[in-house]
Design a protein around this ligand. Structure first.
Ligand code: GDP
Length: 299
Protein backbone atom coordinates (compact mmCIF):
# COMPACT_ATOMS: atom_id res chain seq x y z
CA UNK A 1 0.00 0.00 0.00
CA UNK A 2 2.85 2.36 0.81
CA UNK A 3 4.38 1.74 -2.59
CA UNK A 4 1.04 2.09 -4.32
CA UNK A 5 0.55 5.39 -2.54
CA UNK A 6 4.00 6.61 -3.59
CA UNK A 7 3.51 5.55 -7.16
CA UNK A 8 0.11 7.12 -7.50
CA UNK A 9 1.13 10.24 -5.66
CA UNK A 10 0.69 13.42 -7.63
CA UNK A 11 -1.15 11.88 -10.51
CA UNK A 12 -4.08 10.12 -8.92
CA UNK A 13 -4.29 11.42 -5.41
CA UNK A 14 -5.49 14.77 -6.74
CA UNK A 15 -8.78 13.00 -7.41
CA UNK A 16 -9.12 11.57 -3.92
CA UNK A 17 -8.06 14.74 -2.16
CA UNK A 18 -10.22 16.86 -4.45
CA UNK A 19 -13.32 14.79 -3.77
CA UNK A 20 -12.68 14.82 -0.06
CA UNK A 21 -12.25 18.60 0.00
CA UNK A 22 -15.45 19.20 -1.97
CA UNK A 23 -17.53 16.79 0.11
CA UNK A 24 -16.27 18.33 3.32
CA UNK A 25 -17.78 21.73 2.52
CA UNK A 26 -20.39 22.96 4.94
CA UNK A 27 -23.02 23.20 2.26
CA UNK A 28 -23.26 20.67 -0.54
CA UNK A 29 -24.97 22.86 -3.13
CA UNK A 30 -25.53 22.13 -6.83
CA UNK A 31 -22.28 23.83 -7.81
CA UNK A 32 -20.37 21.56 -5.48
CA UNK A 33 -21.98 18.43 -6.91
CA UNK A 34 -21.11 19.65 -10.39
CA UNK A 35 -17.50 20.16 -9.35
CA UNK A 36 -17.51 16.61 -7.98
CA UNK A 37 -18.84 15.28 -11.27
CA UNK A 38 -16.20 17.20 -13.21
CA UNK A 39 -13.42 15.73 -11.09
CA UNK A 40 -14.70 12.19 -11.67
CA UNK A 41 -15.13 12.72 -15.41
CA UNK A 42 -11.63 14.20 -15.70
CA UNK A 43 -10.28 11.04 -14.07
CA UNK A 44 -12.02 8.96 -16.76
CA UNK A 45 -14.59 7.40 -14.45
CA UNK A 46 -17.13 7.66 -17.28
CA UNK A 47 -20.55 9.33 -17.42
CA UNK A 48 -22.84 6.56 -16.15
CA UNK A 49 -20.58 5.44 -13.28
CA UNK A 50 -20.06 9.10 -12.28
CA UNK A 51 -23.80 9.72 -12.12
CA UNK A 52 -24.36 6.56 -10.12
CA UNK A 53 -21.67 7.45 -7.63
CA UNK A 54 -22.90 11.02 -7.21
CA UNK A 55 -26.44 9.79 -6.72
CA UNK A 56 -25.35 7.38 -4.00
CA UNK A 57 -23.23 10.01 -2.28
CA UNK A 58 -26.06 12.54 -2.38
CA UNK A 59 -28.51 10.09 -0.92
CA UNK A 60 -26.22 8.96 1.83
CA UNK A 61 -24.93 12.35 2.83
CA UNK A 62 -28.31 14.06 2.59
CA UNK A 63 -30.73 11.45 3.83
CA UNK A 64 -28.56 9.73 6.37
CA UNK A 65 -26.81 12.99 7.23
CA UNK A 66 -24.61 12.62 10.27
CA UNK A 67 -25.76 9.01 10.62
CA UNK A 68 -23.85 8.15 7.47
CA UNK A 69 -20.64 8.53 9.43
CA UNK A 70 -17.79 10.82 8.57
CA UNK A 71 -17.46 12.01 5.00
CA UNK A 72 -14.16 10.25 4.43
CA UNK A 73 -15.46 6.81 5.32
CA UNK A 74 -18.63 7.28 3.26
CA UNK A 75 -16.54 8.33 0.27
CA UNK A 76 -14.15 5.42 0.82
CA UNK A 77 -17.00 2.92 0.96
CA UNK A 78 -18.67 4.29 -2.15
CA UNK A 79 -15.43 4.39 -4.16
CA UNK A 80 -14.63 0.80 -3.20
CA UNK A 81 -18.17 -0.17 -4.21
CA UNK A 82 -17.71 1.65 -7.53
CA UNK A 83 -14.45 -0.15 -8.29
CA UNK A 84 -16.06 -3.46 -7.35
CA UNK A 85 -15.10 -5.11 -4.09
CA UNK A 86 -16.85 -8.40 -4.84
CA UNK A 87 -15.05 -9.48 -8.03
CA UNK A 88 -12.76 -12.51 -8.11
CA UNK A 89 -9.38 -11.05 -9.04
CA UNK A 90 -7.25 -14.14 -8.54
CA UNK A 91 -5.02 -15.06 -11.44
CA UNK A 92 -5.68 -18.54 -12.81
CA UNK A 93 -2.18 -19.87 -13.29
CA UNK A 94 -2.69 -23.54 -12.46
CA UNK A 95 -3.70 -26.34 -14.78
CA UNK A 96 -5.38 -29.64 -14.05
CA UNK A 97 -4.44 -33.31 -14.43
CA UNK A 98 -0.74 -32.62 -14.08
CA UNK A 99 -0.74 -30.17 -16.97
CA UNK A 100 0.40 -26.58 -16.76
CA UNK A 101 -1.95 -23.64 -16.56
CA UNK A 102 -1.73 -21.48 -19.67
CA UNK A 103 -1.90 -17.71 -19.49
CA UNK A 104 -2.44 -16.00 -22.83
CA UNK A 105 -1.44 -12.34 -22.82
CA UNK A 106 -3.01 -10.10 -25.46
CA UNK A 107 -3.13 -6.38 -26.18
CA UNK A 108 -1.94 -3.68 -28.53
CA UNK A 109 1.81 -3.28 -29.01
CA UNK A 110 3.37 -0.75 -26.69
CA UNK A 111 0.87 -1.23 -23.88
CA UNK A 112 3.43 -3.18 -21.82
CA UNK A 113 2.56 -6.74 -22.75
CA UNK A 114 6.05 -8.21 -22.88
CA UNK A 115 7.10 -6.40 -19.71
CA UNK A 116 3.98 -7.74 -17.97
CA UNK A 117 4.76 -11.30 -19.07
CA UNK A 118 8.25 -10.93 -17.57
CA UNK A 119 6.91 -9.49 -14.34
CA UNK A 120 4.28 -12.24 -13.93
CA UNK A 121 6.97 -14.86 -14.54
CA UNK A 122 9.07 -13.28 -11.85
CA UNK A 123 6.23 -13.37 -9.32
CA UNK A 124 5.49 -17.04 -10.10
CA UNK A 125 9.15 -18.04 -9.88
CA UNK A 126 9.37 -16.29 -6.51
CA UNK A 127 6.50 -18.56 -5.45
CA UNK A 128 8.59 -21.58 -6.50
CA UNK A 129 6.57 -22.32 -9.58
CA UNK A 130 8.23 -23.49 -12.77
CA UNK A 131 7.40 -21.36 -15.76
CA UNK A 132 7.87 -21.50 -19.54
CA UNK A 133 7.45 -18.41 -21.70
CA UNK A 134 6.26 -18.47 -25.31
CA UNK A 135 7.25 -15.61 -27.63
CA UNK A 136 4.32 -15.79 -30.03
CA UNK A 137 4.84 -12.21 -31.18
CA UNK A 138 6.88 -13.36 -34.15
CA UNK A 139 6.35 -10.20 -36.18
CA UNK A 140 8.82 -8.07 -34.33
CA UNK A 141 12.28 -9.52 -33.72
CA UNK A 142 12.64 -7.03 -30.88
CA UNK A 143 9.67 -8.51 -29.06
CA UNK A 144 11.06 -12.02 -28.79
CA UNK A 145 14.50 -10.65 -27.94
CA UNK A 146 12.97 -8.59 -25.17
CA UNK A 147 11.15 -11.64 -23.84
CA UNK A 148 14.36 -13.67 -24.02
CA UNK A 149 16.09 -11.02 -21.92
CA UNK A 150 13.28 -11.30 -19.36
CA UNK A 151 13.63 -15.09 -19.42
CA UNK A 152 17.33 -14.82 -18.61
CA UNK A 153 16.68 -12.27 -15.92
CA UNK A 154 14.01 -14.35 -14.22
CA UNK A 155 15.64 -17.72 -14.96
CA UNK A 156 12.96 -19.36 -17.11
CA UNK A 157 12.98 -20.94 -20.57
CA UNK A 158 11.69 -18.95 -23.52
CA UNK A 159 10.33 -20.78 -26.55
CA UNK A 160 10.62 -18.68 -29.69
CA UNK A 161 10.48 -19.13 -33.44
CA UNK A 162 12.18 -17.46 -36.38
CA UNK A 163 11.00 -13.96 -37.21
CA UNK A 164 7.84 -14.07 -39.28
CA UNK A 165 7.03 -17.65 -38.31
CA UNK A 166 3.53 -18.77 -37.38
CA UNK A 167 2.60 -17.43 -33.91
CA UNK A 168 0.33 -20.42 -33.34
CA UNK A 169 3.18 -22.83 -33.91
CA UNK A 170 5.34 -21.01 -31.32
CA UNK A 171 2.43 -21.08 -28.86
CA UNK A 172 1.98 -24.80 -29.53
CA UNK A 173 5.69 -25.48 -28.96
CA UNK A 174 5.75 -23.45 -25.75
CA UNK A 175 2.81 -25.34 -24.29
CA UNK A 176 4.30 -28.63 -25.42
CA UNK A 177 7.55 -27.79 -23.65
CA UNK A 178 5.56 -26.85 -20.56
CA UNK A 179 3.80 -30.21 -20.61
CA UNK A 180 6.98 -32.19 -21.36
CA UNK A 181 8.98 -30.53 -18.60
CA UNK A 182 6.16 -30.65 -16.04
CA UNK A 183 5.99 -26.87 -15.74
CA UNK A 184 3.34 -25.26 -13.55
CA UNK A 185 2.52 -22.39 -15.89
CA UNK A 186 3.11 -21.40 -19.51
CA UNK A 187 2.75 -17.72 -20.33
CA UNK A 188 2.28 -16.86 -24.00
CA UNK A 189 3.06 -13.36 -25.29
CA UNK A 190 1.21 -12.45 -28.50
CA UNK A 191 1.38 -9.78 -31.19
CA UNK A 192 -1.16 -6.98 -31.00
CA UNK A 193 -1.73 -5.41 -34.36
CA UNK A 194 -5.05 -3.66 -34.41
CA UNK A 195 -5.02 -2.47 -38.01
CA UNK A 196 -7.06 -5.41 -39.11
CA UNK A 197 -9.63 -6.85 -36.76
CA UNK A 198 -10.36 -9.90 -38.88
CA UNK A 199 -6.64 -10.69 -39.03
CA UNK A 200 -6.28 -10.29 -35.30
CA UNK A 201 -9.28 -12.51 -34.71
CA UNK A 202 -7.87 -15.20 -37.00
CA UNK A 203 -4.49 -15.04 -35.39
CA UNK A 204 -5.56 -15.07 -31.74
CA UNK A 205 -8.25 -17.63 -32.47
CA UNK A 206 -5.71 -19.93 -34.03
CA UNK A 207 -3.22 -19.43 -31.19
CA UNK A 208 -5.92 -20.34 -28.68
CA UNK A 209 -7.11 -23.35 -30.66
CA UNK A 210 -3.68 -24.93 -31.02
CA UNK A 211 -3.02 -24.47 -27.32
CA UNK A 212 -6.35 -26.05 -26.49
CA UNK A 213 -5.49 -29.12 -28.55
CA UNK A 214 -3.10 -29.84 -25.71
CA UNK A 215 -4.60 -28.28 -22.61
CA UNK A 216 -7.14 -25.56 -21.67
CA UNK A 217 -6.19 -21.91 -21.52
CA UNK A 218 -6.64 -20.93 -17.88
CA UNK A 219 -6.48 -17.16 -18.25
CA UNK A 220 -6.64 -14.63 -21.09
CA UNK A 221 -5.20 -11.35 -19.87
CA UNK A 222 -5.79 -8.16 -21.80
CA UNK A 223 -3.08 -5.56 -21.24
CA UNK A 224 -4.23 -1.92 -21.42
CA UNK A 225 -2.18 1.23 -20.97
CA UNK A 226 -3.85 3.47 -18.38
CA UNK A 227 -2.37 6.60 -19.95
CA UNK A 228 -4.28 6.15 -23.20
CA UNK A 229 -7.68 6.94 -21.69
CA UNK A 230 -10.57 6.38 -24.07
CA UNK A 231 -8.30 4.58 -26.51
CA UNK A 232 -7.88 1.85 -23.94
CA UNK A 233 -11.63 1.50 -23.84
CA UNK A 234 -11.81 1.08 -27.61
CA UNK A 235 -9.08 -1.56 -27.44
CA UNK A 236 -10.99 -3.37 -24.71
CA UNK A 237 -14.05 -3.45 -26.94
CA UNK A 238 -12.17 -4.85 -29.94
CA UNK A 239 -10.24 -7.50 -28.00
CA UNK A 240 -13.39 -8.43 -26.11
CA UNK A 241 -15.01 -9.27 -29.44
CA UNK A 242 -12.00 -11.22 -30.67
CA UNK A 243 -11.17 -13.41 -27.68
CA UNK A 244 -12.71 -14.39 -24.32
CA UNK A 245 -10.84 -12.07 -22.00
CA UNK A 246 -10.83 -13.28 -18.37
CA UNK A 247 -8.83 -10.51 -16.73
CA UNK A 248 -7.38 -7.07 -17.35
CA UNK A 249 -3.91 -5.77 -16.61
CA UNK A 250 -3.80 -1.99 -16.39
CA UNK A 251 -0.23 -0.80 -16.96
CA UNK A 252 1.46 2.57 -16.43
CA UNK A 253 -0.90 3.52 -13.65
CA UNK A 254 2.16 5.22 -12.16
CA UNK A 255 2.09 7.82 -14.92
CA UNK A 256 -1.63 8.33 -15.33
CA UNK A 257 -4.12 10.66 -13.70
CA UNK A 258 -6.89 8.62 -15.29
CA UNK A 259 -7.32 5.85 -12.76
CA UNK A 260 -11.08 5.99 -13.27
CA UNK A 261 -10.53 3.93 -16.40
CA UNK A 262 -10.48 0.89 -14.07
CA UNK A 263 -14.21 1.33 -13.62
CA UNK A 264 -14.93 1.78 -17.30
CA UNK A 265 -12.93 -1.17 -18.68
CA UNK A 266 -14.42 -3.52 -16.10
CA UNK A 267 -17.91 -2.48 -17.17
CA UNK A 268 -17.05 -2.71 -20.84
CA UNK A 269 -15.73 -6.26 -20.64
CA UNK A 270 -17.50 -7.57 -17.56
CA UNK A 271 -14.21 -8.91 -16.21
CA UNK A 272 -12.09 -7.59 -13.37
CA UNK A 273 -8.80 -5.72 -13.41
CA UNK A 274 -6.52 -8.33 -11.86
CA UNK A 275 -3.12 -6.66 -11.98
CA UNK A 276 -1.74 -3.15 -12.22
CA UNK A 277 1.62 -2.00 -13.58
CA UNK A 278 3.25 0.65 -11.44
CA UNK A 279 6.57 1.17 -13.22
CA UNK A 280 9.14 -0.29 -15.58
CA UNK A 281 11.03 -2.31 -12.97
CA UNK A 282 10.75 -6.06 -12.49
CA UNK A 283 8.86 -5.67 -9.21
CA UNK A 284 6.45 -3.05 -10.43
CA UNK A 285 3.41 -5.25 -10.90
CA UNK A 286 0.83 -5.66 -8.16
CA UNK A 287 -2.44 -7.53 -7.68
CA UNK A 288 -5.26 -5.04 -7.94
CA UNK A 289 -7.07 -4.39 -4.69
CA UNK A 290 -9.97 -1.90 -4.72
CA UNK A 291 -9.44 -1.14 -1.03
CA UNK A 292 -5.71 -0.44 -1.43
CA UNK A 293 -6.37 1.55 -4.59
CA UNK A 294 -9.00 3.74 -2.94
CA UNK A 295 -6.85 4.21 0.16
CA UNK A 296 -3.99 5.32 -2.07
CA UNK A 297 -6.32 7.75 -3.84
CA UNK A 298 -7.54 9.25 -0.60
CA UNK A 299 -3.96 9.60 0.67
P1 GDP B 1 4.52 -4.39 -25.63
O1 GDP B 1 4.85 -3.83 -26.99
O2 GDP B 1 3.05 -4.32 -25.37
O3 GDP B 1 5.07 -5.74 -25.41
O4 GDP B 1 5.14 -3.36 -24.58
P2 GDP B 1 6.50 -3.43 -23.76
O5 GDP B 1 6.44 -4.49 -22.73
O6 GDP B 1 7.65 -3.45 -24.70
O7 GDP B 1 6.43 -2.03 -22.97
C1 GDP B 1 6.42 -0.78 -23.64
C2 GDP B 1 7.07 0.26 -22.72
O8 GDP B 1 6.24 0.49 -21.59
C3 GDP B 1 8.43 -0.16 -22.18
O9 GDP B 1 9.29 0.95 -22.19
C4 GDP B 1 8.11 -0.59 -20.74
O10 GDP B 1 9.21 -0.45 -19.88
C5 GDP B 1 7.00 0.37 -20.38
N1 GDP B 1 6.11 -0.13 -19.32
C6 GDP B 1 5.49 -1.33 -19.23
N2 GDP B 1 4.72 -1.40 -18.11
C7 GDP B 1 4.86 -0.21 -17.45
C8 GDP B 1 4.30 0.34 -16.24
O11 GDP B 1 3.51 -0.27 -15.51
N3 GDP B 1 4.69 1.62 -15.93
C9 GDP B 1 5.55 2.33 -16.70
N4 GDP B 1 5.86 3.57 -16.32
N5 GDP B 1 6.08 1.84 -17.85
C10 GDP B 1 5.75 0.59 -18.23
Amino acid sequence: LVRLRQRLAGSQSALGRGLLALLSRDRLDEDTWEDIEDLLLTADVGVAPTQELVERLRTRLRVEGADAGDVRSVLREELVHLVGSDLDRRLQVSGADGRPGVVLVVGVNGTGKTTTVGKIARILVAEDRSVVLGAADTFRAAASEQLTTWGERVGVDVVRGPEGSDPASVAFDAVKEGIDTGADTVIVDTAGRLQNKAGLMDELGKVKRVIEKQTPVSEVLLVLDATTGQNGLIQARVFGEVVDVTGIVLTKLDGSAKGGIVVQVQRELGVPVKLVGLGEGADDLAPFSPEAFVDALLG
